[in-house]
Design a protein around this ligand. Structure first.
Ligand code: ADP
Length: 638
């Protein structure tokens, strides 16, 4: 066991009681603030469900008592009518409350998921980009989907706890007299049942068994929580390898490289975490099984003690047969309630650490300064951006990705950014769009530090096509406009400008064509080049004063690429354009070229100027590419 223990990773620790209480209070406050009706309907239904069985227990006891005693027809008629009417009223009210609760609970699960995805959508990009953020998010989902831990469980546990409390209170109110009523002196030896010492013993014994049973069952359950790290890892492996075949994009490689063999190892190994010879099976056969069995044994023992005590008192003449049924039923409910209260408290505590994990994620603070200045709306698009001695390190990295960058963009100019992989080009653009703030130095818009502007207003002046752009599975027109309501003529115009005109004509549903088939069976899977054109059209549609294109022709064929170059001025119009490319020949039409090397701007100027500087980086890159084309031309001649 020890050996296995050391192998299992990510063991979850129980929180101190105070922290558990704080995290649940926070959770309740959040629910109450955002879904008060759901909380109210659940509380009402839960309390109602816990208490209403006692009405039936009390009335049945009275009826049996009457039948075994005076058998007064009038009183019997009254009691039976009361039992029938109350049963009907209880059913009616229960149905109403259940309906109310289920309506309010609809979508509760998705609401909880939405809290997490809203946080991802809203957080600073630099936090989103931090691998730890994604790791935390994935762990939360794994715990929720694999072990069922988290917010959803928290709410159901709170309801169970409330139900147990009211079951207990209802039970106490109908069983107090069991302990206070005395057996008559005529009962002989059985008068020991009246002794306070005996009563104390029986109540103490009951409380002890009620306490021990859930404790043992919690101990059994806690193994899942304690080893949630292994659980999560195993789930993640299964989630990946078990469903690899469902990812269409892997289909070709899986077949060509027999990657399905990777999956076999994870999906059929009996020693895998969840399988018959795996870690959790061993736990179930060992300590988990023993604790669960011991808990059941103690519960059965407890029920025996309850029956014996009530029957002895009735036998001794303390009360009639009617009360026997009342005491047995309510005492069974009472002990059940108390036991559930203790076990739910334990479960709440176990779930507390998972709930805290979620709140730590939801409360992860943003780090970027949020300015409030509005960005001046200029018809002439005269927005001037300047990098002033900007240096930048990615969070957690000790290497500078950018070093002492100084550049002022010429309004309406065409600036090309070139350099080898990893030289800092994309980082430069990310800083320009304020996805990160500089580690040192300042970026200014019309002379003011960009951090002082309202973030959304600031980014509205940029149209960017990143290399890893994202087009949702929505209709083409909505993709271009990035909105559900849009100007169709303008969307068409932008697609034509981006070289997608002919393809648009070939689509029977035109702008209403869904991209991909996930949301519509008539959707069309576009090629990489076509997607790149749509992304370009979207950037044109946004009509921002700056247009930034990061390798915009990488997926295009040579003809489409040539078309984009020849119509570049037409596409860009009077916007300030920033063009990142590996292909130096494609930068010739730019007024100014920035050459990046190891995070710094090492050269700046026109193509003609840079290419003549034999010692410069640009010349080196140009020569390397020219060499490639020359070799190809020579090979073609041979
Ligand atoms: P380029 O666009 O010129 O290929 P990048 O700007 O993407 O270069 O990268 C510049 C440097 O920053 C590289 O050394 C790269 O490894 C590093 N880098 C890029 N993105 C991250 C990141 N998210 N976290 C840490 N380092 C990064």
């Amino acid at each position: 066991m020890k050996k296995n223990k050391s192998k299992q990773e990510g063991q979850q620790k129980l929180l101190p009681l105070k922290t558990t209480w704080q995290v649940y209070r926070k959770f309740l406050a959040l629910l109450w603030q955002q879904r008060p009706k759901m909380v109210a309907s659940s509380v009402l239904s839960t309390v109602w469900r816990a208490l209403n069985p006692y009405v039936g227990i009390l009335l049945s006891a009275l009826i049996i008592q009457e039948l075994c005693g005076n058998r007064d027809p009038e009183r019997l008629f009254f009691l039976v009518s009361a039992a029938l009417l109350s049963a009907a009223a209880i059913s009616l009210i229960s149905a109403f409350l259940n309906r109310f609760e289920s309506i309010e609970m609809a979508g509760h699960y998705y609401y909880m998921r939405k809290l997490l995805s809203d946080k991802l959508l809203d957080m600073d990009y630099c936090i989103l980009d931090d691998p730890e953020t994604m790791q935390n998010h994935s762990t939360i989902l794994q715990n929720q989907n694999g072990g069922g831990w988290g917010m959803y469980r928290a709410f159901s546990l709170m309801k169970e706890w409330l139900s147990a409390l009211f079951t207990l209170l209802g039970g106490i109110s109908l069983t107090v007299t069991l302990f206070t009523c005395k057996v008559p002196e005529t009962a002989g030896k059985l008068t020991f049942l009246n002794s306070p010492l005996f009563l104390a013993l029986i109540i103490g014994g009951l409380l002890l068994t009620i306490y021990i049973a859930p404790l043992l069952s919690n101990k059994a359950d806690s193994y899942y929580a304690i080893y949630s790290g292994s659980h999560t890892l195993a789930n993640r492996l299964f989630g990946y390898f078990g469903f690899m075949g469902t990812e269409k994009k892997y289909g070709t490689d899986i077949r060509l490289y027999r990657q399905d063999l990777f999956c076999v190892k994870f999906n059929t190994d009996k020693e895998a975490t969840f399988c018959s010879k795996g870690f959790f099976a061993k736990l179930a056969r060992g300590p988990m099984g023993i604790f669960a069995a011991a808990s059941s044994a103690v519960s059965v023992l407890m029920s025996g003690v309850v029956y014996l005590f009530v029957c002895l008192k009735a036998w001794a003449g303390a009360f009639g047969i009617g009360q026997v049924t009342q005491y047995i039923s309510s005492l069974t409910r009472l002990t059940g309630g108390l036991s559930s209260l203790i076990s739910t408290t334990g479960q709440i505590r176990i779930n507390g650490s998972f709930l805290k994990q979620i709140f730590d994620f939801l409360e992860k603070p943003d780090v970027m300064y949020q300015g409030s200045l509005t960005v001046e709306k200029r018809r002439d698009r005269k927005y001037e951006v300047e990098f002033r001695d900007v240096s930048f390190r990615y969070p957690g990295s000790d290497q500078y990705a950018l070093r002492h960058v100084n550049i002022k963009f010429t309004v309406g100019g065409r600036l090309a950014v070139v350099g080898q992989n990893g030289s800092g080009k994309t980082t430069f653009i990310k800083l320009l769009c304020r996805l990160y703030d500089p580690t040192e130095g300042t970026i200014l818009l019309n002379g003011i530090d960009i951090r002082k502007y309202d973030y959304r207003e600031y980014i509205s002046i940029f149209s960017v096509v990143f290399q890893d752009f994202c087009l949702p599975d929505l209709p083409l027109g909505q993709n271009v406009a990035a909105a559900t309501e849009y100007d169709e003529a303008l969307a068409r115009f932008c697609l034509e400008k981006a070289g997608f005109g002919q393809r648009l004509e070939s689509l029977p549903q035109g702008l209403d064509t869904y991209l991909g088939k996930r949301l519509s069976k008539d959707g069309v899977d576009m090629s990489g080049g076509e997607e790149q054109k749509i992304a370009l059209a979207r950037a044109i549609y946004k009509d921002a004063p700056f247009i930034v294109l990061d390798e915009p022709t990488a997926a295009l064929d040579p003809i489409a690429e040539a078309e984009i170059y020849s119509s570049f001025n037409d596409i860009v119009e009077d916007r300030t354009a920033i063009y990142i490319s590996h292909r130096l020949s494609s930068c010739k039409f730019c007024d100014d070229i920035l050459v990046f090397d190891k995070g710094a701007i090492v050269q700046q100027g026109s193509h003609e100027l840079l290419v003549t500087d034999g010692d410069g980086k640009y010349h080196e890159l140009w020569q390397a590419q020219a060499q490639y084309y020359n070799d190809q031309a020579a090979a073609a001649k041979m």
